[in-house]
Design a binder for this molecule. Structure first.
Ligand code: GLN
Length: 537
């Protein structure tokens, strides 16, 4: 069967949760036996979000094939338990870049290159790409931004053309809107929804289904009114209430029969009820914890939780796996100093030092690590967090004064962390880090080996700097073991402290591979260590 295409657009405001709705619908369809993928088209001009400050756009999610992508792809992977790739995230910048390069090559010789048809053709080509691989029954395309924005127009036009070209049973448009609640009037208001559907219709796209975000249940007379004014069937007006956890949303959408509406619109074969047993078991464990731990997340982007999305979700998965409520407390590393570190982190059951870039907050990360190392509090360091652990150890255990990473201090006398050799020639910033999946070999008998239960692992990366192997012998002699090594390059991937109950740090990003069905072993065991530590206090 040729793939069918679902488009998810949004109106009224941003941040309505299109990514979660798309992932939830995909989950329901997958649970009915369809093979589904989700892709995101973003209207900004950056080629990818790799060059964006996390404060701008949240975390940059890295795929197996090394694409730097929107954080919604993280949700797609966590819900579907299947990897995405470069093809799953396209930006306006990438589209234009391609068209302009084609133009320079002479592909349009003699023609005026225009938004319509050249840009829209390229958007359509990419929208169909994953569907043409033969791997998927259904491709869900989430269109970033809001309908009515100037920058969204070419995407909406591409959807309009595709609907016309493919025929009406081959595509389905789901429009996500907001029903604001006016407290004084005690009413949910439908006008913004009507306006945003009108914007979409004016662009030639009539939505098939409306998903209405609301803080209150949407009564049937209101659904009828929305249906009438927005030109959809009444049973295609779906309510989406605020959920206790984002992992409830597939079940809430099931209750509202979103999957059934899509199946009937696309004339897909009706298959039996979605098989959601393992999903429900996960929710059962998540909501009925038997233990509780306080975990510190030390980072410099903590004011915007989206900057650490995958880490936060990994804790949710790992908490559920341990039937343990994880109370995550964030700490701005800039504010941590030798005088307050004990007060701030002293009551924590475990501490995670986050990935990051640049000098700001670096010192506070070192202080946090010194504190957990000396007080034997479970510690997990990720990427920059691992590099900080190495620097802290060099300064305070090996006594190498001024030891540092050359990222922050290029003139350090002890470059414990240094730029990777093949990075030194690179001048371009976008997409040039060591990105994506690489293998790592774990040393038998190490903590890392016991955590993974195997020797060979692959994990995803995003960094330019690495542990300087000149210092490796001194580190190991003093009790910091390099327990994971990349077999091809000898690059240190995992370090762990020997005389400490749980001190593990990784150059890679384990949080990018944690899913509902496969919680990441490092996080699972880290929570377990926190539970044990809490008990021992
Ligand atoms: N800034 C460090 C590097 O480039 C760490 C990167 C990260 O934490 N993702 O190597």
């Amino acid at each position: 069967m040729a793939a069918k295409y679902i488009f998810v657009t949004g109106g009224v405001t941003s941040s309505l949760g299109k990514g979660i709705i798309s992932a939830s619908l995909a989950k329901l369809l997958q649970a009915r036996g369809f093979s589904v993928t989700i892709q995101k088209f973003d209207p900004y001009i950056n080629i990818d979000p790799g060059t964006l400050n996390p404060y701008e756009h949240g975390e940059c999610f890295v795929t197996e094939d090394g694409a730097e992508t929107d954080l919604d792809l993280g949700h797609y992977e966590r819900y579907l338990n299947a990897p995405t790739s470069q093809a799953n995230n396209v930006t306006t910048g990438r589209i234009y870049n391609h068209v302009i390069m084609q133009e320079r090559e002479g592909a349009y010789l003699g023609k005026t290159v225009q938004v319509i048809p050249h840009i829209t053709d390229e958007i359509k080509r990419r929208m169909l790409l994953l569907g043409q691989t033969g791997e998927y029954d259904i491709v869900i395309t989430e269109i970033g931004g809001c309908v009515g924005d100037i920058e969204s127009l070419p995407f909406i036009e591409a959807v309009r053309q595709l609907r016309w070209e493919l025929g009406s049973n081959e595509t389905c448009v789901i429009h996500l809107t907001l029903l604001p609640y006016l407290k004084a009037a005690g009413e949910l208001k439908t006008k913004p929804t009507q306006h945003s559907v009108r914007d979409l219709s004016e662009a030639g796209v009539q939505p098939d289904i409306l998903v209405c975000r609301s803080e209150h249940p949407v009564p049937s007379d209101l659904r009828k009114k929305i249906a009438l004014f927005c030109n959809v069937k009444q049973n295609a007006v779906i309510e989406s209430l605020d959920a206790e956890t984002i992992y409830d949303v597939p079940l809430l959408m099931r209750k509202e029969k979103l999957d059934e509406r899509v199946i009937s619109k696309l004339k897909l074969p009706q298959r039996s009820e979605p098989e959601l047993d393992t999903w429900k078991e996960f929710l059962g464990r998540l909501k009925n914890p038997t233990a509780e731990v306080n975990i510190a997340l030390v980072g410099k982007y903590v004011e915007l939780p989206d900057a650490y999305k995958s880490i936060i979700e990994s804790f949710v998965h790992a908490g559920a796996a341990n039937e343990c409520k994880v109370k995550l407390k964030t700490f701005q590393s800039e504010n941590i100093n030798p005088d307050n570190v004990a007060t701030l982190l002293g009551s924590m059951d475990a501490v995670l030092v986050a990935p990051g870039f640049g000098e700001r907050g670096f010192q506070g990360k070192l202080e946090s690590i010194k504190f957990v190392r000396e007080n034997k509090i479970p510690f997990l360091g990720i990427c920059l967090g691992m590099q900080c652990a190495a620097v802290e150890f060099a300064r305070n255990v090996l006594g190498l004064e001024g030891a540092a990473s050359t990222e922050m201090y290029p003139d350090t006398p002890h470059p414990i962390i240094d730029m990777m050799a093949d990075q030194k020639e690179i001048t371009q910033k976008g997409g040039t880090m060591r990105l994506g999946a690489y293998t790592c070999e774990l040393k038998k008998g190490s903590k890392a080996y016991s955590i993974y239960g195997k020797q060979k692992i692959t994990e995803r990366h995003r960094h330019r700097y690495e542990f300087n192997n000149k210092y490796l012998e001194d580190f190991e002699k003093a009790g910091m073991l390099a327990s994971g090594i990349n077999p091809e390059t000898g690059l240190v991937e995992v370090i762990e402290l020997q005389n400490h109950p749980w001190f593990v740090a990784a150059q890679y990003h384990p949080e990018l591979k944690s899913t509902v069905l496969n919680p990441h072993p490092l996080f699972v065991k880290f929570i377990k260590a926190a539970i044990n530590y809490a008990k021992s206090k």
